[in-house]
Design a protein around this ligand. Structure first.
Ligand code: IYR
Length: 331
């Protein structure tokens, strides 16, 4: 796979392709980052962007993980002490998941976001940005509650992080796109350069295939899940034999979350996927490509129950190192 394809594989959006092509031509000493609001336990949403960081690491990038403690505080995630405590656990789980300790820099937001220069820049970007613009940027990140003043400061700080962490590429889920667009618009007004961004897709809710998999609603898969819990959750998943399910009765779009998990979580991390089947059901099948598996599910060659069993065991293997690390930390 060439460098551009590795950098952009499985990305839902590349802003802009030309800017990322320029990085792909010379990825050495380039820096890419994702920021995470600290929470104790990683879930598949965190791991989707972590998979992208691992691709970027393989492409030669240096990786910066922002443990966005101040952002979590602004978003009402707890007291500052609580947030700081969970940030350290989060770092350990990312390392266990496969980010290389020598190529990854972990930075606490609070280590520079209280500096005078940063705070003055926040105020300057506040002066440049309308309330409406900041609120729109934040709509998909903030929970449903009434917007607080903190919620409009948040995206402005996230825009400035790109400059202060001196990164060449910002990575995030599709829910971060409006913040990155705001950064592209506003950073030049402070004489800072615009940097490209990559956005990973949002995985659908496991049991309905609708909307998004969320840690606050519905079923979510986390690094705390045991093999049995994973099996139970995956067994309950919506998995019609197609990658393009019919919309729900009320017209809501639906995805096949089992296939999404194979595409975005399993195949990027395992070179081959083996579906184990007794001989009387056709015997084992080996896949080295997501497309082949999706085609077999659609044609009926692969039964949804076998797809689910296989998915559960690969997810178990994927999260096991982080789950073990959590157990050690808690012991
Ligand atoms: N908004 C992110 C957290 C975050 C990301 C970046 I990139 C930052 O510079 C700061 C915060 C979230 O929704 O988790």
């Amino acid at each position: 796979m060439d460098t551009y394809d590795l950098i952009t594989r499985n990305a839902e959006e590349v802003v802009t392709e030309e800017e990322v092509e320029a990085l792909a031509d010379d990825p050495d000493e380039k820096r890419a980052y994702v920021g995470y609001e600290p929470s104790g336990v990683l879930h598949l949403g965190h791991l989707l962007t972590a998979n992208k960081l691992i691709d970027l690491q393989d492409a030669g990038f240096d990786i910066v993980v922002l443990l966005a403690d101040v952002h979590a505080y602004l978003n009402g995630k707890g007291t500052f002490e609580e947030i700081r405590e969970t940030a350290e656990q989060m770092r350990e789980q990312f390392l266990a998941y496969g980010l290389d300790e020598n190529q990854t820099e972990f930075v606490y937001g609070s280590s520079y976001q209280m500096d005078e220069e940063y705070v003055l820049d926040v105020h300057q970007i506040e002066l440049e940005t309308s309330l409406n613009r900041a609120q729109r940027a934040m709509a998909e990140i903030q929970g449903g509650e009434t917007a607080k003043v903190s919620h409009v400061v948040y995206p402005l700080m996230q825009a400035l992080d790109i400059e202060y962490l001196d990164v060449d590429l910002a990575v995030g889920g599709l829910d971060q796109r409006k913040v990155h667009m705001l950064a592209r618009e506003e950073l030049p007004s402070l004489d800072y350069d615009v940097r490209p961004a990559l956005h990973t897709p949002i995985i659908a809710d496991l049991t309905t295939g609708e909307g998004k998999m969320s840690s606050s609603e519905g079923v979510t898969i986390s690094m705390e899940d045991t093999a049995e819990e994973l099996e139970e959750k995956v067994n309950s998943a919506f998995c019609p034999p197609t990658r393009d399910p019919e919309p729900a009765e009320d017209g809501t779009e639906r995805e096949n979350p089992v296939l999404e998990l194979f595409q975005y979580h399993v195949f990027p991390r395992f070179a081959t996927v083996v579906v184990e089947r007794p001989d009387q059901y056709g015997g084992d099948i080996t896949y080295d490509d997501y497309e082949d598996l999706a085609e077999d599910l659609e044609s009926g060659e692969l039964h949804p129950a076998d797809a689910k069993g296989t998915l559960a065991s690969y997810l178990d293997e994927l999260i096991a190192p982080g789950r073990d690390r959590l157990e050690e930390l808690r012991a």
